[in-house]
Ligand binder design. Structure first.
Ligand code: SF4
Length: 769
C-alpha cells in the first residue's frame, strides 16, 4: 500500500491468469499489507476483458486456506508429522527405490490429475519424471476425460494434440453436444466468458443448438435444444452425415485436395438413416434432416462436443464424427468453423506430412489394454495394483490428483490404494486419496508460482499469450512444483535424494536447445552456447518458456526476428498479448504419413461395426445416470473453499417428475441409487430439466472420509458419483472410462427420513467387484 501526502491510501495491484479452469481469465488482485485481499476480473485482460467466475474470485482463499499443506508430511506409526524437505525426499528414495530394485520399474505407477495441465510444472516437468522412471504404468485423468479426442485427432490429423476448436466468436451456427460451457466455463475450447460469447453469437444472427439429455443452462440459452438419449450422439452424427451425402450437401471446399477417405465415410454412414436411429437418439427424424440442411447452408458452422460425448461407450468414434461433420460441411479450418490455434510457444508448421500417429505401443499386464499417448487407462489401474504377478504395481506417485474421487469404482480404488506398499503424493491437500500416502510433498500456493497456460493456448479460440509471475514471494521453506518433480526424477535417475532440481533443469534445457541448434541447415545451428547465455538469468519452467516463445510462431528467434516474442517481452504485457484471430492451418499442420486428413482411419472404420451392432440393441436399462457441472465446483479440488460450497446443496440427484412419481420419490427425500459396482444414498431434486429415464449427479464430491484433512470439504461431503461408475465399462478404442450413461436402479431409501440435511456421507457400500 502506498500512503500519499494527503492521507489517502493506494492499494497495490497485480495481474495474473486464473489457473483454475481452461478459460484462462485475467485476474486483478489487490493487496493490503502484503496480503491479497480481493480478486476481481481484469477488465484490461486482452482475452477475458473483466469476466470472472466465483472460482476465480476465490483464488486468494485457496492460497490462504489454512488446510493447504505448506511443508512435507510423513506418516509415522499411523500419524502425520511435518518433516523437512531432505527428510521427505530421503523417505521417498528409500520407499520407492527399494521396491524398484526388487520388483522393477513397472512396480512404480504414476497418476497425474487434471490440475497438472493448469500449471507450468505439470505441463513441462512431468515428462522428464516419466522418462526418468521408465515405468509402463503411467496413468492420468485424460482417460476419465478427453482421451477420445486425442485418439480422433491423432488418427485424422497425425498428432493427438492437433485439436480443432469452435471459432465461437465468428461462427453463425454452433451445434454443441454433451457440453454445458455456461457451467463448466468451456473445455477443449479455451474462451473466457462463454455466456457473453454465446449471447454475441445470437445477437449477430447466428443459431445455437444444444444436444443434451438435460436442459442445461447452456441449453436454456440456445435457440433449440435436442434432448438426446444418453449415448445417442454418435447415431445422431452418423445420421447427419448420411443426410449430407443423400442430399448432395457434402462440400469440404478448400479442404477437398487435402482429404482422403470421403467415399469410405459415405459407405459407413449408410445404415444410419435418421429414421433408423430414432430409437437410439430419441430425436425425431425430421429434426435431423432439418439440422443437417441448416449446418450445410449456414454461412459458417461449428460442431463441438465435450464430456457427454467423450466419457461414453463410443467416445473416440463420436469425436471423429464431430470433426467429420465439420469437414464434410466445409467448416474445418475456416473462419467461423472449427479451427486450429497457433500458440506462441510452438513453432509454426508449414509443410504437411510426418510419421503419422499410432497407439498401442504396449499393453497393460492384466487386461491387455493398449497404451495411448504413453499412458494406460485408469479403468485398469486397480487391476495392475491388485492382481499379483511379475510387474504388479506396488507403489504409486500421485500428482495433483484425487483418484479415490475421480476414478470409476471408487470403493475399489480406495481398497487398491490402501493395499500399496508405498505411496507418495505431490499435493497441497490431505484429501481422500493422499491420506493413503506415506509421504506428501506440497507445492507452493497458487499465488507464489508463475503461470503460462501451455495446455490451453493450444485450445484457445483466439491466439493469446499471457505470462504471470508469482505475486506473493515463495517462502524459503516451500518448494515450487517443478523442483519437486525434478527431485523425484533425480531419484529415479539414481542421483539420490539430495540431488538438486537445478541439475535436472540444466539437463532438460540443454536437450531442448540441442534439439534445434544441432540440426544442420536450421537457422539456430551451432548457436547452443549463445542461446544458453541469453537465458542465463532464468531457471525452471520460465527458462523453458522463454526458449519456446523465442523459437515459437511469433518468436524473436534469438535475434533472427527483431521485435518478436520472448518472455521478457511478454512480461511487459501484464494483461496479455492478443496475437489475433485463428487462421487457416491446413495443410501445414497435418502430420499424417499421407500429409492429408485421414477421414476414414482404419481403427475408426473398424469401430463403426460396433456402432452398427449397437443400433438395434435396447438402451442400457430403464434408468441411466449422467453427470453435470456447476460453476462453483472444479472436479474434486476446490471443495475446501467456503464461498464455493455455501448456499443451496448442489450434490443432489436430478430426476424427472414422471420417474420420481413412478418410484415414489419426493423432492428432498433420499434415494438409494445402485449400479453394478456400488450404491449410494443421495437427496433427490425433482426437475423437468432432465429427460425421463435419465438421472444426474455432479462429480467431485464425497470428501467426508476418515482422515481427510480438509475441514470445509468434509463438512460439505456430498456423495461420490464414482462409487457408481464401473471400471469394467470403457470405450475400447480410446480406453476412456464411461462416466455418462451408467445403468442404475433407483428406489426410495426408507432408512433415511425426508430431510433438508443433504450432507450425507459418500461411500455407503460397494458392490462385489
Ligand atoms: S472461468 Fe475459469 S479461468 Fe475464469 S475465473 Fe473462473 S475458474 Fe478462473
Amino acid at each position: 500500500m502506498t500512503r500519499h501526502g494527503n492521507g489517502s491510501e493506494e492499494l497495490q495491484r497485480a495481474y495474473r491468469t486464473c489457473p483454475l479452469c481452461e478459460a484462462t481469465c485475467g485476474l486483478e488482485i489487490t493487496f493490503q499489507d502484503g496480503r491479497a485481499v480481493t480478486v476481481k476480473g481484469d477488465k484490461d485482460d486482452v482475452f477475458s476483458k473483466g469476466y470472472i467466475c466465483p472460482k476465480g474470485a476465490a483464488l486468494a482463499d485457496l492460497h490462504y486456506d489454512p488446510d493447504r499443506l505448506r511443508r512435507p508430511l510423513m506418516k509415522k506409526n499411523g500419524t502425520w508429522v511435518e518433516v523437512g524437505w531432505d527428510d521427505a525426499f530421503a523417505a521417498v528414495e528409500s520407499g520407492l527405490m527399494t521396491l524398484m530394485d526388487t520388483y522393477g520399474r513397472d512396480a512404480i505407477a504414476v497418476y497425474a490429475g487434471n490440475p497438472c495441465s493448469h500449471t507450468m510444472a505439470g505441463a513441462l516437468c512431468l515428462r522428464p519424471l516419466f522418462k526418468a522412471l521408465r515405468s509402463r504404468n503411467i496413468f492420468s485423468a485424460s482417460t476419465v476425460d478427453q482421451m477420445p479426442k486425442h485418439v480422433s485427432s491423432g488418427l485424422m490429423f497425425g498428432h493427438p494434440g492437433t485439436i480443432p476448436v469452435p471459432d465461437v466468436d465468428r461462427t453463425r451456427f454452433l451445434l454443441i453436444l454433451g457440453a454445458d460451457p455456461l457451467e463448466s466455463n468451456g473445455s477443449l475450447a479455451t474462451a473466457p466468458d462463454w455466456p457473453g460469447r454465446l449471447r454475441a453469437l445470437k445477437r449477430r444472427g447466428g443459431k445455437l443448438v444444444v444436444v443434451d439429455p438435460r436442459t442445461s443452462r447452456t441449453a436454456k440459452l440456445a435457440h433449440e435444444h435436442l434432448p438426446v438419449k444418453p449415448g445417442g450422439d454418435p447415431f445422431l452424427l452418423m445420421a447427419l452425415i448420411r443426410v449430407l451425402f443423400e442430399e448432395g450437401k457434402v462440400n469440404p471446399g478448400r479442404l477437398s485436395d487435402h482429404i482422403v477417405g470421403v467415399d469410405a465415410v459415405h459407405e459407413l454412414c449408410r445404415p444410419f438413416s435418421p429414421e433408423a436411429v430414432e430409437k437410439r437418439t430419441g430425436i425425431d427424424a425430421s429434426v435431423v434432416y432439418r439440422t443437417a440442411r441448416e449446418l450445410a447452408s449456414a454461412p459458417s458452422a461449428a460442431v463441438y462436443g465435450r464430456m457427454g460425448t467423450s466419457t461414453v461407450q463410443f467416445g473416440a468414434l463420436t469425436q471423429w464424427l464431430i470433426d467429420t461433420v465439420n469437414i464434410l460441411t466445409g467448416n474445418l479450418d475456416r473462419p467461423g468453423g472449427a479451427m486450429f490455434p497457433t500458440p506462441a510457444h510452438m513453432p509454426r508448421r508449414n509443410r504437411p506430412g510426418g510419421k503419422g500417429w499410432t497407439l498401442g505401443r504396449w499393453k497393460s499386464r492384466v487386461k491387455g489394454l493398449h497404451e495411448v499417448m504413453g499412458e494406460l487407462p485408469v479403468c485398469t489401474m486397480c487391476d495392475e495394483m491388485e492382481v499379483p504377478g511379475q510387474g504388479q504395481v506396488r507403489a504409486l506417485i500421485t500428482v495433483a490428483s484425487n483418484p479415490v474421487i475421480a476414478l470409476p469404482n471408487s470403493a475399489r480404488v480406495e481398497r487398491a490404494l490402501a493395499g500399496l506398499d508405498f505411496m507418495v503424493s505431490v499435493d497441497f491437500y490431505l484429501n481422500a486419496s493422499t491420506r493413503h500416502a506415506h509421504v506428501i510433498l506440497p507445492p507452493t500456493g497458487p499465488l507464489s508460482t508463475a503461470q503460462y497456460d501451455f495446455s490451453f493456448y493450444n485450445l484457445s479460440v483466439r491466439n493469446i499469450a499471457n505470462y504471470s509471475p508469482p505475486v506473493i514471494p515463495k517462502p524459503d521453506d516451500e518448494m515450487d512444483k517443478w523442483e519437486i518433480l525434478y527431485r523425484l526424477a533425480m531419484i529415479f535417475s539414481h542421483q539420490g535424494a539430495t540431488a538438486k532440481a537445478e541439475q535436472m533443469d540444466d539437463l532438460i534445457i540443454g536437450m531442448m536447445v540441442d534439439g534445434l541448434a544441432k540440426k544442420e541447415g536450421t537457422p539456430l545451428f551451432g548457436r547452443q552456447a549463445e542461446i544458453l547465455e541469453a537465458m542465463k538469468d532464468l531457471r525452471g519452467p520460465d527458462r523453458m518458456l522463454d526458449f519456446m516463445l523465442r523459437t515459437g510462431a511469433y518468436g524473436d528467434g534469438f535475434g533472427l526476428n527483431n521485435g518478436g516474442l520472448s518472455l521478457s517481452k511478454l512480461i511487459e504485457h501484464p494483461h496479455g498479448m492478443d496475437l489475433g484471430s485463428l487462421e487457416p492451418r491446413i495443410p501445414g499442420i497435418l502430420r499424417t504419413a499421407s500429409g492429408k486428413i485421414e477421414l476414414a482411419p482404419h481403427p475408426m472404420v473398424q469401430d463403426v461395426q460396433r456402432l452398427v451392432e449397437a443400433m438395434d440393441r435396447p438402451g442400457p436399462g430403464s434408468l441411466v445416470l449422467v453427470g453435470r457441472r456447476h460453476l462453483r465446483t472444479n472436479n474434486s479440488w476446490m471443495a475446501n473453499i467456503p464461498s464455493l460450497v455455501s448456499g443451496p446443496h448442489r450434490c443432489v440427484l436430478h430426476i424427472h417428475p414422471e420417474d420420481a412419481s413412478r418410484l415414489g420419490l419426493e423432492d428432498g427425500s433420499t434415494a438409494e441409487v445402485k449400479s453394478r459396482v456400488g450404491r449410494i444414498a443421495v437427496p433427490v431434486e425433482i426437475t423437468s430439466d432432465i429427460r425421463p429415464g435419465v438421472v444426474s449427479l455432479p462429480h467431485g464430491w464425497g470428501h467426508d472420509l476418515p482422515g481427510v484433512g480438509m475441514g470445509v470439504a468434509r463438512a460439505h461431503g456430498g456423495v461420490n458419483s464414482n462409487v457408481l461408475s464401473d471400471d469394467e465399462s470403457f470405450d475400447p478404442l480410446s480406453n476412456n472410462a464411461v462416466l455418462n450413461g451408467i445403468p442404475v436402479e433407483v428406489a426410495v431409501d426408507h432408512t433415511k427420513p425426508r430431510s433438508p440435511d443433504l450432507h450425507r456421507n459418500s461411500l455407503i457400500s460397494s458392490g462385489t467387484n
